[in-house]
Write a protein that binds this ligand. Structure first.
Ligand SMILES: [Zn+2]
Length: 60
């Protein structure tokens, strides 16, 4: 019973789910990914197999 949507917040967070290519791990961007903050981007890394999952541009 871990799917208990609680109003607007989860609706927003649910929009982006990342899938690891190296294993079967998947989680929303707010999940337990290892995030390396670079000067101009953020590198999301799988906490299980260390595969780079995605690179997001930093807006600020
Ligand atoms: Zn993985």
């Amino acid at each position: 019973m871990k799917q208990t949507p609680s109003t607007e917040q989860s609706a927003v967070l649910r929009k982006t789910v990342l899938f690891c290519q190296g294993c079967e791990y998947h989680a929303p961007t707010t999940g337990s990914w290892v995030i390396h903050e670079k000067a101009s981007c953020e590198v999301y890394e799988c906490p299980h197999c260390r595969e780079t999952v995605t690179v997001r541009d930093r807006m600020d």
